[in-house]
Design a protein around this ligand. Structure first.
Ligand SMILES: NC(=O)c1ccc[n+]([C@@H]2O[C@H](COP(=O)([O-])OP(=O)(O)OC[C@H]3O[C@@H](n4cnc5c(N)ncnc54)[C@H](OP(=O)(O)O)[C@@H]3O)[C@@H](O)[C@H]2O)c1
Length: 341
């Protein structure tokens, strides 16, 4: 299961290593493309980059590949078969520049099943804890920059104000522990590593909470959603733009929080997702009833932070635009969802 999502499973598209990979035709929602095209001219004129994206076929990675290609950059997105971060031989071929000469490696690959990580700590740690260190090492040796994607789950959720990059990291669950180890290993091996922490992802290229809840509503299921966990929903297309901006600006190494602008509960997010889908896609009045429940009514193997809102202030101070509001992003998301959920 995905980092936040609890009940949907199914394979995602797999494609070979490709450069200049075209956009997924199912993802050509108008609002998203308009947003991306604003950046094409700026970036293309400024400095085309050569970027390798690991996990480039996952939910975030797919949108990142689209965003970077839209800017006219050269993008390589190996599949897990071609670049498995647990395999020394694969890492060695990256080091030997078999995937080409690069400016940046962006690591979107991760073991993202938060609950399973409780029982499969070793596997999760290999991908989330060890591999970022190895990637950073290779990047440092090749004089490439390294951007590593991390998570709000490095925090314990006891804060009452949005978490900044200076807040103490104390993960609650094992997934968070592995991700924090990945951050530390990456920075240790390449001081100029950029860590982009994000949260509560949803996007058209994979499983996510909004997609699951819309599907459950369409199927007429009883909906109960927790209302005592608050976080920062983040739309992958918007996050892709922010990550590309971090690369474009060649930012200093360090941690940057890169999440959406709204703080809300899962219950709020469920309501926005279903109401947006109902109004924009179905266009029919239909009742939406979602029962708010406490987390204690829905026990999970991994404990999740009660509050993990991320402050965007440091990233905004670089001149990087905050992301769209959740309702605006949700509209784009709903328009890009395939008909059969
Ligand atoms: N989803 C969220 O709500 C959320 C929230 C905060 C932070 N994040 C972080 O955001 C990043 C992207 O997450 P996502 O939701 O896009 O994840 P995702 O959809 O699960 O994609 C992860 C990708 O990593 C690949 N991968 C897994 N193990 C690998 C390995 N050993 N070698 C190479 N590739 C491997 C997966 O390939 P296969 O599918 O073939 O295994 C998949 O393409 C991750 O760093 C995650 O920790 C996610």
């Amino acid at each position: 299961m995905h980092e936040q999502e609890r009940s949907l499973s199914g394979p995602q598209n797999r494609e070979s290593v490709r450069e200049g990979r075209p956009s997924d035709p199912s993802s050509s929602g108008a609002a998203g493309l308009e947003t991306q095209s604003e950046h094409v001219s700026v970036a293309t004129i400024e400095k085309p980059k050569r970027v390798l994206v690991t996990g480039g076929h996952g939910m975030l990675g797919s949108d990142l590949v689209i965003e970077l290609q839209g800017r006219g950059w050269t993008v390589t997105a190996p599949t897990i078969k071609e670049l498995d971060l647990r395999q020394k031989g694969h890492l060695e071929s990256l080091r030997k520049r078999d995937f080409g000469n690069l400016d940046w490696v962006v690591n979107c690959a991760a073991y993202t099943d938060v609950d399973k990580a409780e029982a499969e700590f070793f596997d999760a740690h290999q991908v989330n804890g060890v591999a970022p260190g190895a990637l950073a090492f290779i990047c440092e040796k090749n004089e490439w920059r390294f951007l590593h994607v991390s998570t709000d789950f490095v925090f314990d959720g006891r804060s009452t104000e949005p978490y900044t990059e200076k807040h103490l990291t104390v993960p609650e669950g094992k997934y968070g522990v592995t991700k924090l180890m990945g951050e530390k290993n990456a920075i240790e091996n390449h001081a100029r590593t950029v860590i982009a922490r994000t949260a509560w992802l949803f996007g058209p290229h994979g499983r996510s909470f909004p997609r699951t809840i819309i599907k459950a509503w369409l199927e007429g299921k009883d909906l109960k959603v927790v209302n005592d966990q608050t976080g920062s929903p983040t739309y992958t297309a918007d996050l892709a733009r922010v990550l590309a901006d971090l690369v474009l600006h060649d930012v200093e190494g360090g941690v940057y929080h890169t999440a959406g602008p709204d703080a809300m509960t899962w219950h709020d997010l469920a309501s926005i997702a279903i109401e947006t889908y109902r109004d924009a896609v179905l266009g029919q009045p239909r009742e939406v009833r979602i029962e708010p429940v406490p987390s204690s009514a829905w026990p999970t193997p991994a404990k999740r932070p009660a509050y993990s809102v991320l402050s965007f202030e440091k990233t905004a101070a670089l001149g990087i635009q905050p992301m769209r509001s959740t309702p605006a992003a949700m509209l784009d998301f709903c328009m890009r969802l395939p008909k059969a959920l």
